[in-house]
Ligand binder design. Structure first.
Ligand code: ASP
Length: 341
């Protein structure tokens, strides 16, 4: 009798361990993968964007999305995918990142960028860059090839050049459109008050930052963000984009987040990490956590903007409390959207 029990026990144990092996996520790479991108939030609506402009943004978002997606499709990492998507938007003058960045009060371009790997919780960030063509690649080198997380100004540029990041003349970043918009903004404000007074109803006021979050085939999450910051910024101002936990955060346990909006509020709210914390410690879904922050807490404090997020199961969110936000996602299930308002 005892022997029979032992035999049954062995069979049950073997079947159970077989089932466990098949179901264990460590052994089975996640099949679903996805990427989400944004091209900034702000005063964007059907009335103030021409048909041609909308078509140009759709095309630009689409090519960045597809570039990131194909990295994932080919088995690349979430970090590679978000960097690939962002580089394309940095090179496109439509967005406020890399070429096409907004101008500071001194009429210059100063860019911030960051990246975070949700698997290792490693991160890299740079601020106040003036000559590095793709700031997101500099942030990535900080993450991968330095012992630091955050580098600024001339030191960050020196490091990026040592890492073979392409550098360009600062004039490269300034487009005629940004120059005109800068002149118009300057006429509306005198020098003393023109620090940071974003008014969401001002047609000049679009955030335009770019960001990407992704889940790769192996269940790893990553986030990256890049920006020229806020128009007319002064005194070496750095926004949320370069602050890990504020504008960018990724953790395989919860989600990956990239933000866009009035950076001072995102820093004070530690926006991206707070969404992750709400998931980890309050057991909220990504949707509930990000809606609470973007639709209740952020406007409640007087700020505005939006974020994109993806969780470890591939659920995607893109909430914003401005008129519009350039955004898009593509999932391995075949679902895809490119949206503005
Ligand atoms: N968050 C950015 C900043 O404050 C601006 C943006 O999202 O466009 O620098």
């Amino acid at each position: 009798m005892n022997k029979l029990f032992t035999k049954v026990g062995v069979v049950v144990f073997t079947v159970a361990s077989l089932l466990f092996t098949v179901a264990s996520p460590a052994q089975t790479p996640a099949k679903n993968y996805a990427i989400v991108i944004h091209g900034g939030a702000g005063f964007i609506n059907e009335g103030n964007t021409s048909k041609e402009k909308r078509a140009a943004y759709t095309q630009a978002l689409n090519s960045a999305l597809e570039a990131g997606y194909s990295v994932l499709e080919n088995g690349g990492s979430a970090v590679d995918a978000v960097v690939a998507a962002i580089k394309i938007m940095e090179d496109n003058p439509l967005f406020n990142a890399g070429k096409g960045s907004v101008l500071t009060a001194d009429g210059k371009v100063e860019m911030d960028a960051s990246v975070m790997d949700g698997k290792s919780l490693r991160a890299g960030a740079v601020a106040g860059l003036t000559t590095i063509k793709n700031p997101v690649t500099a942030a990535r080198f900080v993450m991968d090839s330095s012992q630091h997380v955050f580098m600024i100004g001339s030191g960050a540029e020196e490091f990026a050049r040592k890492m073979q990041c392409e550098s360009v003349n600062p004039e490269y970043f300034i487009t005629p459109e940004r120059r005109k918009s800068f002149e118009r903004l300057r006429q509306q404000k005198d020098n003393a008050t023109a620090i940071l007074e974003p008014v969401v109803t001002n047609p000049e006021f679009k955030f335009g930052t770019v960001g990407a979050v992704a889940l790769d085939k192996f269940g790893n999450l990553a986030a990256a963000t890049s920006t020229g910051g806020m128009s007319n910024k002064k005194f070496g101002r750095v926004g949320d984009v370069a602050v890990i936990g504020a504008g960018t955060y990724a953790n395989n346990k919860t989600c990956a987040i990239s933000c866009t909006g009035w950076g001072e509020f995102f820093i004070r709210l530690v926006m991206a990490k707070t969404v992750s914390d709400k998931m980890e410690y309050q057991q909220l879904s990504l949707e509930d956590a990000s809606n609470e922050m973007i639709h209740r807490v952020l406007p409640g404090m007087g700020g505005n903007g939006g974020l994109i997020g993806i969780d470890k199961n591939g659920n995607v969110v893109m909430p914003f409390c401005t008129e519009g936000m350039f955004r898009a996602f593509k999932k391995s299930s075949g679902e895809k959207q490119v949206l503005m308002f």
